[in-house]
Design a protein around this ligand. Structure first.
Ligand SMILES: *[C@@H]1O[C@H](CO)[C@@H](O)[C@H](O)[C@H]1NC(C)=O
Length: 288
């Protein structure tokens, strides 16, 4: 047997006392750790009673934010669906920000158009009957704040976004289901394909005006707001417009292929009117 091993077993030897010391220190460390655990200063990542239930749309963090006027609002995110990949960020915008965007856009609203996939040009259409306008990226502090928040939420740099589009839908106005990605060569020249969309609701809508994903996989009647949806809203997985909420969905899968389950539309407004803002995000920098 090697000498060293025999030495370490000798009681009273120098190696043995080092061993005792290490053991004592380990014991003390365990004791301190247990104490910290007991006092709740340190905790192990174990789910407690607020763990999401199977039928819940999984919720992430909750936090309360304060604005300049000391009005608190609670923010939390929710997974809406994995096919399409869609998430809701509650109270993403403050009431002031919503009204600010509406008032900024109001004098410049024009009839909305759609992209002609043969020519890549904008054209008038029956499938989209709203009116809208674009607000240039980074045009003022409020917009820069919102664009930074969108970048934080999506992990996509501010420079990959188009300017915010503000849309207004009156009773009967809608946007038939469509994709946000392009099927033409022209519109992908600047920034490449559109990868994701953040749709922000700037107003509540009394009835109708839902964002509907008719191609979503899963049981879309299990959403808690199912009974409040219009007939159009029940044709797919739907989100009810709520002032300040943001909906993020991806037009591309993580492997960079186009995701047809991202098909979505704006249901006709039945009562009230709908203001929304859209941020389209590209795979690379979108030059302005
Ligand atoms: C879908 O969800 C609803 C509500 O949770 C439930 O009543 C219904 O049975 C479900 N349908 C299917 C096919 O699982």
């Amino acid at each position: 047997m090697p000498k060293g091993v025999r030495h370490s077993r000798m009681p009273g030897g120098r190696k043995a006392s080092t061993f005792t010391l290490v053991l004592a220190m380990l014991l003390m460390l365990s004791f301190v750790l247990l104490l910290l655990l007991a006092l709740g200063i340190f905790s192990l990542p174990i789910n407690t009673d607020d763990a999401p239930k199977a039928v819940d749309l999984s919720s992430f963090f909750h936090k309360t934010v304060d604005n300049a006027a000391h009005e608190k609002r609670e923010q939390w995110t929710e997974i809406l669906s994995w096919e399409p990949r869609a998430f809701i960020y509650h109270n993403f915008l403050s009431k002031e920000e919503c009204n600010y965007l509406i008032n900024l856009a109001k004098p410049h609203m024009e009839k909305s158009t759609v992209v002609d996939s043969a020519t890549g040009k904008s054209k008038d259409s029956r499938v989209r009957t709203s009116s809208g306008t674009f607000l240039q990226r980074g045009r003022d502090k409020t917009i820069r704040d919102i664009e930074k928040r969108i970048a934080d939420f999506t992990f996509i740099p501010v420079e990959h976004g188009e300017g915010l589009q503000i849309l207004h839908y009156e009773v009967g106005q809608k946007y038939e289901p469509h994709y946000d990605y392009f099927l033409d060569q022209f519109n992908t020249k600047n920034g490449g394909q559109r990868i994701a969309t953040v749709l922000m609701y700037l107003s509540d809508v009394e009835e109708g005006g839902e964002t509907v994903f008719p191609g979503a996989k899963g049981n879309f009647s299990s959403v808690p707001w199912w009974n409040e949806l219009s007939e159009c809203g029940k044709k797919g997985l739907s989100v009810k417009p709520k002032m300040g909420d943001a909906l993020l969905f991806w037009s591309m899968r993580p492997d960079a292929t186009l995701d047809p389950s991202s098909l979505h539309g704006g249901c006709p407004v039945i009562s009230g009117n709908k203001w929304s803002s859209t941020k389209w995000l590209h795979v690379s920098e979108y030059k302005i």
